[in-house]
Design a protein around this ligand. Structure first.
Ligand code: FVH
Length: 295
């Protein structure tokens, strides 16, 4: 192969913000890329940049063994691939979904004679093709598919294979996003508390960043305690104290005229753990409260 000969071909279905960002990295890396999008104008834009615009999903799928999906949601996959022959294809689904949707989609692909890997993108479109931005994609499902196409999959962002259960990429994705939402909720509460006071958000900002960094130890602490089921050894801030302290947080919100709706569910969870058996749980780490979440 000469230096400018096209590299491994692939097909991409879905040219929204994320799909377009992915497509541009594969084109820039010299891959022969066939694209399809429901709204054809987006495919024409990519065609002007070197992709081949297919007239239909069937034509796009027929063009390459590796077929990547980056559509809005799981339902849009059915709508795009209804009746399309997937025999012998390697399907990589980067559409965000639940673990159950990932597993059902894997069975659906297998019934149609395709190998399947589900993906969870841990990046925004602006992080795609920018290695220093730290974005990556969780993959799970067929190890054989992943190994065959790893090099192509690593072009837009890092690739982390998290096992052969096709639901696990989505589960990792949602676990990390859930932690992110919790963090966003806490940060939102902090800024709401100072609103209207003589404290500028830009002055609180570095303090918040520093504090969240210092409190990052909770991630590893929780993992260790959930593994050992030891919630009491070496506790530095126990549950009884945290629950007592939460009263101050709630009263401060009240004084500042700020709703406590973002933080009160976590306070309630800690309180429930404590009141279920104060003698047993008062000296515990707050990690013990996690055990109440599983239904
Ligand atoms: N953008 C982001 O920040 C996040 C980052 C993490 C991963 N998500 C997920 O990536 C999937 C695609 O997201 P997106 O940003 O590209 O989304 P849109 O710009 O809204 O594009 C949606 C594409 O899906 C096509 N589409 C929608 N419905 C259908 C359908 N029924 N049949 C066929 N295609 C459909 C849509 O086509 P069109 O509107 O242009 O015709 C776009 O190509 C997504 O799962 C995120 O959760 C992104």
């Amino acid at each position: 192969m000469t230096d400018n000969a096209p590299k491994n071909p692939l097909t991409l279905l879905g040219l929204g913000d994320m799909g377009t960002a992915l497509a541009r990295t594969w084109l820039a890396a010299g891959h022969a890329l066939t694209v399809w999008n429901r709204t054809t104008a987006k495919a024409e834009t990519l065609a002007a940049e070197g992709a081949v615009a297919a007239a239909s999903p069937a034509e796009a799928v027929a063009a390459s063994r590796l077929v990547v999906l980056c559509l809005l949601d799981d339902a849009s996959i059915d709508s795009a691939l209804e009746g399309v022959d997937l025999t012998g294809k390697d399907l990589v689904n980067l559409t965000t979904g639940t673990p159950a949707e990932g597993r059902a989609r894997a069975a659906w692909a297998e019934e149609r004679g395709a190998r399947f890997v589900d993906g969870g993108i841990m990046a925004t479109p602006t992080m795609i093709g920018v290695p220093e931005a730290g974005g990556y994609v969780f993959y799970s499902g067929s190890r054989g598919l992943f190994d065959t196409h790893r090099e192509v999959l690593e072009v837009p962002a890092g690739a982390r294979f998290v096992g052969e259960d096709p639901g696990h990429a989505a589960l990792h994705d949602v676990a990390l996003l859930s932690a992110m939402w919790g963090m966003f909720a806490g940060i939102s509460q902090a800024y709401a508390l100072i609103e209207g006071e003589d404290i500028a958000p830009k002055d609180l900002s570095p303090l918040l960043s520093e504090w969240l960094g210092a409190m990052g130890f909770f991630v590893g602490n929780a993992a260790e305690r959930l593994t050992s089921r030891d919630f009491t050894t070496g506790v530095v801030s126990n549950l009884a104290m945290q629950v007592a302290g939460s009263g101050t947080m709630l009263r401060t919100a009240e004084e500042q005229g700020v709703s406590a709706e973002l933080v009160s569910p976590y306070v309630e969870l800690m309180r429930r753990r404590l009141t279920s058996d104060p003698a047993a749980h008062g000296g515990e780490d707050t990690v013990g409260a996690i055990t109440l979440l599983k239904r």
